[in-house]
Design a protein around this ligand. Structure first.
Ligand code: NAP
Length: 431
């Protein structure tokens, strides 16, 4: 290959789309590095275990990984095993596609109490992410509060509401399924600090909450009859759909479904109360003046034994990277000549999986303008560096071994039984 040597750090959607775009534009070797032994980032560890159709996108990423130009190096953490400086010294082009993997924390009194979790850790727990399999959240409570009105909040209340029969096609680990099934959860509260017009969840995800076997959605709010605000035609249509769906929820006759999902709007969390463990949470009623959120002084308390905040994400600190306003300092994808960013680390944690495709194209364009030829030998030096540091890296073939083992061990119709620790993954691959 004569084109610049390229390494993409992170093997989630933005990493794979970037590798694909570069492979179409440049005659380059492209290496994809991930800190986990397994590829696919949020598709494996973030997308809900019952949304298997969404996870099928990995078939496309696998084709990219198998392109002659592309190599996968798993179980290598950039910033820890290999520094940013070291990796920049051996590749012409380094693309950061590391996402935003940490929770934005609720910055209110009591948020450090036991029983309060962020969505990254809670979702990681029910998705069998090696970082969070030992979280052991105590679900021995009737009432659960999920703070936030985005799709992650919806994912969490849905996974906590579905029956084991509804999860039968999922790859939720047994420990999480058992813990949810055994729990006495009856009332779920999904609480937004603004209203139904401003909610961030999308309609397909919202509608699904009306079709659950054992959970009744409850909306107790006079819903606005029209969308007020400065929205594009498309957004206006989408908001109208959400309002229709919420209206349909408010008209469902009360039934004897065991679980209730309460949609609470205009409630801002102000304090979590408890001795050691969370016992309740205070919300203050808000109102909107234009786009400004105003407090009203009215306080409402919800008793609960578990709070999950799903209020967005921030990137992990990596030595050698400057984070500002929740993204790496960059100019439309360029950090520096030879150093680029794509996906959530470039633009923040928004959009859908496909949004990352445009990110990949943007970065590939920048790179093909900045570089024509190879100056640094990239892959060869990476392999030497891995060897000299005694690191244990996984290849895409290793991942395929893990993948087929997980599939083979699944109890039908579950698609896979995930391996839960890095140690077991490496053992399986004799690494
Ligand atoms: P999100 O869509 O940005 O939603 C975050 C929510 O948290 C908003 O309702 C926000 O309210 C609220 N919030 C933020 N700070 C808060 C605070 N201090 N107190 C109370 N509420 C607060 O983020 P997300 O749900 O984490 O999703 C991230 C991205 O992944 C989104 O683009 C999402 O669509 C995508 N995703 C998609 C799917 C899917 O397609 N099925 C599934 C999961 C995730 P304000 O609006 O008032 O700021």
């Amino acid at each position: 290959m004569k084109g610049p040597s390229v390494v993409v750090i992170g093997s989630g959607p933005s990493g794979f789309y970037t590798a694909e775009s570069i492979s179409k534009k440049l005659n380059s070797n492209i290496d994809i590095i991930d800190r986990l032994p397994t590829p696919f980032g949020l598709i494996r560890g973030g997308v809900a275990p019952d949304h298997q159709t969404t996870k099928k996108i990995t078939a496309i990423y696998s084709k990219i990984a198998k392109k002659e130009q592309v190599n996968f190096f798993g179980n290598i953490e950039i910033g820890k095993d290999i520094s940013i400086d070291e990796i920049r010294k051996i590749y012409d082009v380094v693309v950061l596609a590391i996402g935003s993997e940490l929770d934005n924390k609720l910055e209110i009194k009591g948020s450090n109490l036991k029983g309060v979790y962020g969505s990254a850790e809670f979702v990681g727990w029910y998705n069998g992410h090696p970082d969070y399999v030992s979280l052991e959240p105590d679900l021995n409570t009737e009432n659960v509060v999920v703070v936030g009105n985005g799709n992650v909040a919806i994912d969490i209340v849905r996974v906590l509401s579905k029956t084991s029969e509804e999860m039968i096609n999922s790859d939720i680990p047994e420990y999480a399924l058992n813990s949810i099934n055994k729990s006495p959860i009856k009332n779920l509260y999904m609480v937004g600090r603004r209203g139904p017009i401003e909610a961030k969840f999308t309609n397909v995800e919202l509608r699904e909450m009306g079709n659950l076997k054992n959970c009744l959605p409850i909306v107790n709010l006079d819903l606005p009859s029209k969308v007020v605000g400065n929205y594009s035609e498309r957004d206006q249509r989408l908001i109208e759909k959400n309002l229709e769906t919420l209206k349909s929820f408010s008209l469902i006759e009360k039934n004897n479904k065991e679980k209730k999902l309460n949609f609470n709007f205009f409630q801002k969390p102000i304090e979590i109360i408890g001795n050691e463990r969370v016992e309740s949470v205070n919300f203050e009623t808000t109102k909107l003046e234009g786009t400004k959120l105003k407090s009203t002084g009215e306080i409402n308390n919800i008793n609960c034994g578990l709070i999950i905040s799903a209020i967005g994400y921030k990137p992990k600190e990596v030595p050698g990277i400057k984070i500002s306003n929740g993204v790496v300092k960059n100019n439309n994808g360029k950090i520096d000549k030879g150093f680029y960013a794509a996906g959530w680390i470039r633009r923040g944690p928004t959009g859908v999986i496909g949004t990352n495709k445009a990110d990949g194209e943007l970065v590939a364009d920048l790179i093909s303008k900045d570089f024509k030829d190879q100056n640094k030998d990239g892959r060869k030096s990476l392999i030497e560096l891995i060897k000299s540091k005694n690191l244990k890296s996984t290849s895409f073939e290793n991942w395929e071994k893990i993948d087929s083992y997980e599939k083979k061990n699944a109890v039908e119709p579950a698609p896979r039984k995930k391996i839960l620790t890095i140690k077991e993954m490496l053992n399986l691959c004799n690494i």
